[in-house]
Design a protein around this ligand. Structure first.
Ligand code: SF4
Ligand code: SF4
Ligand code: SF4
Length: 287
């Protein structure tokens, strides 16, 4: 038996080397547990922060989110050089990755500076220096998200989001449609066009609704669906081919609509067959 073993075996419980060993094991377990919790917390936090929340928009020229997170060194130079205080750096506890720049359009939108100082300040290319025209920026995409409360969708005239748009009549247009509620007025529906919207957020900032805006800028991954590549768009194919690929459509007569232009199925006042005591249209057809 070695001297060490002998000493250890003979030491009373709670004293000497046995006590030191127990304390060491206890301390080591505590450190390992703490490190594990820290790693778990860090892992959970980084997973949460790696998904940009809907209200947070990256500066112009930001690379795709994963590449941006890899390239951005959290120096804050873009934030410093933004003359409108649009950008802020996420701090611990924000739902955006700590130290990275973002803005919330409802608070302060991007003013679309022609010289794009935030991009010029970025030392790493996380904000792509290839972006020289601010009109080419795609920070996000505006979406008219609440048709129930938008004043124009209610048939009133507001148009503020349309009028403040720096790319007016390209990024947002007003589309004229019949107002079915009054049946005698028009509605002018703000309509966003993704090929021109920069995601600057001025529409969201200016929406006159008192709390949340009816129009919001969302990150592109939330604002757009994926393209249905398995569908062929007949009208595009037709334009490309310079004519229909399947020949002209056959025009078949539609009983009761012989006097109308082909495809016009609307029924005017007095044209509908008499409905037996029922309001609305009744063709009178019986099997
Ligand atoms: S373009 Fe101008 S306003 Fe917009 S984030 Fe960059 S510096 Fe700020
Ligand atoms: S300047 Fe570039 S690297 Fe620095 S915080 Fe802004 S995006 Fe990140
Ligand atoms: S500013 Fe708001 S309420 Fe007015 S038209 Fe635009 S989205 Fe609708």
């Amino acid at each position: 038996m070695s001297k060490t073993q002998n000493t250890s075996a003979s030491a009373p419980a709670g004293t000497g080397p046995a006590k030191s060993r127990r304390r060491f094991l206890k301390d080591a377990a505590g450190v390992a547990g703490g490190a594990g919790l820290l790693a778990l917390g860090t892992g959970l936090y980084s997973r949460q922060a790696s998904a940009l929340p809907a209200t947070a928009i990256r500066p112009p020229g930001a690379l795709a989110e994963a590449d941006f997170l890899a390239a951005c060194v959290r120096c804050g130079l873009c934030v410093r050089d933004c003359p409108y205080d649009t950008l802020k750096l996420a701090v611990l506890g924000d739902s955006v990755a700590t130290g990275t720049p973002y803005f919330e359009a409802r608070r302060i939108p991007c003013e679309m500076c022609e010289d794009i100082p935030c991009v010029a300040a970025c030392p790493t290319g996380a904000l792509d220096r290839g972006l020289s025209e601010i009109g080419e920026a795609r920070m996000g995409l505006a979406v008219l998200i609440d048709q129930e409360n938008c004043l124009n969708f209610l048939g009133l005239r507001c148009d503020v989001c349309y009028r403040v748009c720096p790319v007016i009549d390209k990024a947002i247009t007003l589309e004229l449609v019949h107002n079915p509620r009054s049946d005698r007025h028009a509605m002018l529906l703000p309509t966003v066009h993704s090929d021109a919207c920069t995601g600057c957020g001025k529409c969201e900032r200016s929406c006159v609704l008192p709390g949340e805006s009816a129009i919001k800028v969302l990150p592109l991954r939330l604002a757009q669906g994926s393209k249905a590549e398995h569908y062929r768009r007949g009208w595009e194919e037709k334009a490309e081919a310079g004519g229909s690929l399947i020949g002209d459509q056959l025009e078949m007569p539609v009983r009761g609509l012989e006097g109308k232009a082909y495809g016009d199925t609307r029924v005017g006042p007095g044209e509908a067959p008499a409905a037996a005591g029922k309001p609305g249209i009744d063709s009178g057809w019986k099997p």
